[in-house]
Design a protein around this ligand. Structure first.
Ligand code: HEM
Length: 435
């Protein structure tokens, strides 16, 4: 009822994931919000979610509040565009994500995790690791190679910082009743950040051009230059990939390390697997591409972590044609919200849904209903396999002879911005496995 909505406003601002999850628990799997003008439907029905993302995907588009706000920063990239423009770009960059490129990703991931180990070794006794900062740096190093066949860590850090500041302003503005077109200080700051993003992207593209684009180039920027895309289109995809491919992996690795620190028996089982696969007379060696199939528990840990802490915590669509979902009429123009956090904790789908139990992903058939950390259907995350390879190898490299423990102090709250992040960062103690 409208009055419930008014009362809910502080809760929505404090924690959108909690608000959406509580709402599904209270009102069921299909909830209509009584908002004026736009009909809004919160969908937590597993078959209904599959219907919207997969079976009836043609009836749903990206013109939603979430994606329009994101487009202020990313422009018309893969995340925010629809139709022919989306199809052309997706086809152009797809080869960067083929199976044949993943062995290279594996190498970059191990190298990035080795640098992370070195930085962790320099911590003083009792000094905690700033986990989000560390995983962000590692994931940026890996994504730089996929994007532009180069170590972008110098310029890319400036790009990531500018994108991060711009997105914070966008989220802040979305929560503010002042119209976005007004010349407020936050609008001017946003314009300055977007101009800085444009300058850095132009620099990256010019450097990639100067390097020469070979016939068989398979990095994202190289592929786009070869296909003759305009510089503005390349800029939009570059920013899109920084948003989609960097913070998501960092978020997933951060929550995984947090879960392992809080569940020593799971961490111990992970160590048993790593020791069995990586043991040499001189201690555990670094893992590689060929080891991935021998690390099922490591992958189950990551899958279970993506269930409980899905970095892409909300997926939205706008109905572009009348439809029926889970028996409910959905008129064209309806905003459909899928909260992956709520869906992944659906009590009808999971035994003890709040518990961290990686075993549930071992030997179980791959789920295609009710588990969508990477989305589903034609808009399935293009970086899914890359993210899986990268996360498993960063985790295995980092933890092969060390363990993480909670640092003293309160656990950070979950902050749901573009991805799920620990508010104020996460600190963990890193110790040798065998002192
Ligand atoms: C754990 C890591 C990741 C998670 C949880 C994740 C999650 C998602 C989800 C849920 C979507 C679909 C959104 C929707 O349907 O509205 C998506 C799309 C996308 N992701 Fe990922 N992602 C991850 C890593 C990556 C990586 C590593 C890259 C690239 C380097 C990437 C690039 C993209 C792109 C470009 C799209 C838009 C695809 C399209 O619509 O054609 N993601 N991701």
């Amino acid at each position: 009822m409208p009055w419930d909505m008014v009362r809910a406003v502080p809760g929505i601002r404090r924690s959108p994931v909690e608000f959406l999850t509580d709402t599904t628990r209270r009102y069921g799997d299909v909830v209509a919000f009584p908002l004026p003008r736009t009909p809004v439907l919160l969908l937590n029905d597993p078959a209904g979610v599959r219907h919207v993302l997969v079976e009836a995907h043609r009836s749903y588009g990206r013109a939603t509040l979430q994606y329009s706000a994101l487009a202020t920063v990313t422009g018309a990239g893969l995340l925010t565009s629809d139709g022919e423009a989306w199809r052309r770009h997706r086809r152009t960059v797809q080869p960067a994500f083929h199976h044949s490129s993943l062995a290279g990703v594996a190498e970059e991931s191990v190298a990035a995790a080795e640098r992370l180990r070195q930085r962790a070794s320099r911590l003083g006794p009792g000094e905690p690791l700033e986990v989000l900062e560390a995983t962000s740096r590692a994931s940026l190093e890996v994504v730089g190679h996929t994007l532009a066949a180069a170590d972008l860590s110098g310029v890319a850090q400036d790009l990531v910082d500018a994108v991060g500041r711009a997105l914070e302003l966008v989220v802040g503005r979305a929560q503010n009743p002042v119209p976005n077109s007004w010349p407020t200080p936050s609008r001017r700051r946003l314009e300055r950040e977007v101009a800085a993003i444009d300058r850095i992207c132009a620099q990256i593209v010019a450097a990639r051009r100067a390097q020469g684009v070979a016939e068989d180039a398979d990095d994202v920027v190289g592929l786009m230059l070869r296909a003759g895309l305009e510089d503005a289109e390349v800029r939009d995809e570059l920013v899109t990939f920084v948003v989609a491919g960097h913070e998501t992996v960092a978020s997933s690795l951060t929550w995984t390390l947090d879960l392992l620190a809080r569940h020593p028996h799971v961490q111990q089982r992970l160590h048993e697997e790593l020791t069995a696969v990586l043991a040499t007379p001189d201690g555990p060696r670094a893992p590689g591409w060929d080891d991935l199939t021998a690390l099922p528990y490591t992958r189950a840990v990551l899958e279970e972590s993506l269930r409980l802490y899905p970095p892409a915590w909300v997926i939205t669509r706008t109905a572009i044609a009348d439809d029926v979902v889970a028996g409910v009429a959905v008129p064209a123009g309806t905003l459909v919200i899928v909260c992956t956090w709520a869906l992944h904790r659906h009590p009808d789908l999971w035994e003890a849904p709040e518990e961290f139990r990686p075993e549930r992903f071992l030997d179980a058939p791959r789920r295609d209903v009710g588990y969508v950390p990477f989305g589903a259907g034609p808009r399935l995350c293009i970086g899914r396999d890359l993210a899986v390879v990268e996360s498993a190898l960063v985790l295995a490299t980092f933890l092969r002879d060390r363990r993480v423990r909670p640092a003293p102090g309160a656990r950070p709250a979950v902050e749901s911005l573009v991805t799920l992040r620990p508010k104020g960062g996460l600190r963990l103690l890193v110790e040798p496995l065998r002192p």
